[in-house]
Design a protein around this ligand. Sequence first.
Ligand code: ADP
Length: 493
Amino acid sequence: MKRFFTSFYGKLSAVFLILLLVMGTVQILLTIASWQTHYDEADQKLNARLAEDIAKDFTPLLKDSLNIDGIHHAIHYMMVMNPKIEIYILDEQGGIMAFFAEPQKKVKIQSIDLEPVKAFLEPDRKFPILGDNPRNPGSHKPFSAAHLKIGKEVNGYLYIIIGSELYDAALNTTREEYVAQTIVKGLLITLLFTGIIGLILFAFLTRRLRKMSIVVHEFERGNHDVRIPVKTDDEVGQLGKSFNNMADTIAANIEELKNTDKLRRELIANVSHDLRSPLASIRGYLETIQIKDAVLSAEERQKYLNILLDSTHGLERLVTQLFELSKLDAKQIEPELEPFLIQEMVYEVVAKFQPKAEKFGINLDVEIKDGLPQVMADIGMIERVLSNLLENAIRYTPRGGTVNITTETTGEIVRVRVMDTGPGIKDDDLKYIFDRFYRVEKSRSEKTGGTGLGLAIAKKIMEVHQSTISVASEVDRGSIFSFNLKTWHPRAI
Ligand code: ADP
């Protein structure tokens, strides 16, 4: 039971039922009050001419002066005939000159406010007009009034209260019973119909909220696949949609965090491995030189020193590339875009790699059509991409092979291609080729001992240029790496 009242449905139902009770009671009290006004109005309208009629009967008794005994007699007679009325004779100022009252129940005020009486005597009066009740000062009742000449000088009034005390007393006993019955009946009907319909409606509405709360709870406990079934577009439906969107984002973020964490671990493992191997080799050779210092020939010493130099170069390259990648990741370096001629860059880079290509017996070939538009990019970064691609092509292509660089313009894009006649890349490896530290050839030879970071850096650079780099490869035939650059046209002045 306590759980019911602490639930949203319980609270809503309790407030609703209390409101129904209060509103029902107010409605009934308002009805009774308006019924009273209606009753007063009807009574007054019905007896509007009563005072005028009775005044005619009193006129002979008042011809000379106030004949108290005669009047008492007449009033008594009339009130026996009609117990619903009380008769008063008033002077010009509203002072009560004569009345009929039961001996024990005296009239408690001396005069009556004449304002309502005068309003009653106006031709365009509007009922109900309530006047002073002499037997109960402070309360007001419907009345009938008429002018009355008393003696020769006094222009008084005949004032008749409709609904005497006697009548009220009789009415009150029945009224209370009636009111109580009406309230009970009215409330019962309201509670039954509105209450039942309201409670069913609330149960239906809160059921959706309950279902949502179960899903949210489930999500909170770690089941990130649960979603709220949304069937409507109302506020509750919108809330469900918003939760689902939020859950999607959270789930995606968690997945991304997991991936980042996995990548970070792999990165640390790779970095430590890639640092440890050359360091171990350096240390080994240094120890050898140290131990065999006396017996080493000049040739051997030179050989060992060359190996040491290569290893330190390798280390330097790894550290530089790592640093470069982390700066790109952290968006510490933004591309400084400027227009330049890509063909010039291609020739420069090719010239730089020419000695290396010759050393490995590889033919470097460039095919660039005339009239190539300028491109808009960061010169340093694009040179890095091209160098990485060319270095790979030379590195992985066997002696006697060809590395071909071409450009092609489509619309606002210049596409640069680096093709080789190397071993190609298997489909299984192709999808990971741009991942950092991914290397198809796990063992390292002098020629193929890369870091596995070159393509990751190239991809990142193209990303910061809002562009792409892609690869197509066929095993034993070769690979084609291509990237796109946006063209730039000088504005006509
Ligand atoms: P690495 O420093 O090892 O070359 P990259 O990120 O540049 O690192 O390349 C990742 C891997 O992709 C390389 O280890 C190599 O196996 C493969 N790869 C890159 N370019 C070529 C190519 N032109 N031909 C064949 N394999 C390639």
